[in-house]
Design a protein around this ligand. Structure first.
Ligand SMILES: NC(=O)c1ccc[n+]([C@@H]2O[C@H](COP(=O)([O-])OP(=O)(O)OC[C@H]3O[C@@H](n4cnc5c(N)ncnc54)[C@H](OP(=O)(O)O)[C@@H]3O)[C@@H](O)[C@H]2O)c1
Length: 272
């Protein structure tokens, strides 16, 4: 999909994409890639300075319109404001539900409030924004929703139980919508990246030094794979050959073995 389309009367019209969590990492890379394709943008996160600096850069470089929404998507009133924005935007063609974070450690020792916020962001905000976007996209017969999940959503995640479960929700939810949306012109994708160099690991407390160099991808690589996948209609997008092989193995091995091995590798990735 490109940022210029034709309206019913044949005139060229601009298309818009909304990206949550655009102040860093994958979200900022999505915003850049979509602006480069000619989309006007709405970029959403809590850190105003980062969003405004990105907006200015994208306006200058690609001559697109960029609106900034500074909100905390774990807060009901803020989420409601973004839902209204999404539902009333007749030019909204792509929604990237990217904002998310992970809590790492033994579940019994984690802060329950932070875990709840993780579910509110990774699950509740994602599903409510999808619900807000779909009626308009279906009526227009055009749209794409990218729900940023993780390879962690494809297997049980000892030492990141809530994170893995939140991403399993994203995968199952997106797969179900894919069937409901057949024939509507609206596409959905669950993007399942592996280790990607962003602020994510530091914020989650993962010891990045324990992850081998070959396992890392750049946000730009992941985003290009996702957008190419959306064009082709890929439902579960797993960027990178390493993770494609790994996830195929995970699907083939007994679940009990996968759980056990994942528990061992996850423990090693924790900070001492
Ligand atoms: N990096 C990886 O290895 C990896 C792997 C698999 C999946 N993912 C997924 O990729 C997505 C993006 O993460 P990232 O790797 O790009 O990490 P990141 O650099 O930490 O970006 C997370 C983004 O989410 C926003 N965010 C966090 N809490 C928010 C809140 N309460 N309200 C609104 N926005 C909020 C952050 O902005 P503010 O702090 O400014 O609000 C930031 O823009 C996440 O869903 C993550 O689970 C990442």
């Amino acid at each position: 999909m490109r940022g210029l389309g034709r309206s019913a009367d044949g005139r060229r019209s601009r298309r818009r994409a909304l990206v949550t969590g655009a102040s860093s990492g994958l979200g900022a890379a999505f915003a850049e890639a979509l602006a480069r394709r000619g989309f006007d943008l709405v970029i959403v996160a809590r850190r105003r300075e980062r969003l405004e600096a990105l907006a200015e850069e994208l306006r200058d470089r690609y001559e697109v319109a960029v609106q900034v929404l500074v909100v905390d998507l774990t807060q009901a009133a803020d989420l409601q404001a973004v839902e209204s924005h999404v539902a009333s935007d007749a030019a909204l063609t792509i929604l990237v539900n990217n904002a998310g974070f992970g809590t790492i450690g033994r579940f019994a020792a984690l802060d329950p409030d932070r875990d709840e916020a993780e579910v509110r962001l990774n699950v509740v905000a994602l599903s409510r924004l999808t619900r807000a976007a779909l009626p308009g996209m279906i009526a227009r017969g055009l749209g794409g929703i990218i729900n940023v999940s993780s390879v962690s959503g494809l297997l049980p995640g000892p030492y990141h139980a809530t994170y893995g479960a939140s991403k399993a929700f994203v995968n199952s939810f997106t797969e179900a919508l894919h069937e409901e949306l057949r024939g509507t012109g609206v596409r959905v994708q669950a993007l399942c990246p592996g280790f990607t160099r962003t602020d994510f690991q530091e914020r989650a407390g993962v010891a990045s030094r324990n992850v081998p160099a070959f396992a890392w991808m750049t946000p730009e690589y992941v985003v290009e794979a996702s957008l190419a996948g959306l064009r082709r209609g890929t439902l579960i997008c797993i960027p990178g050959p390493l993770y494609q092989v790994l996830t195929a193995l995970i699907a083939a091995l007994p679940r009990s073995l996968v759980r056990r091995l994942h528990g061992i590798t996850s423990r090693r990735a924790l900070n001492p």
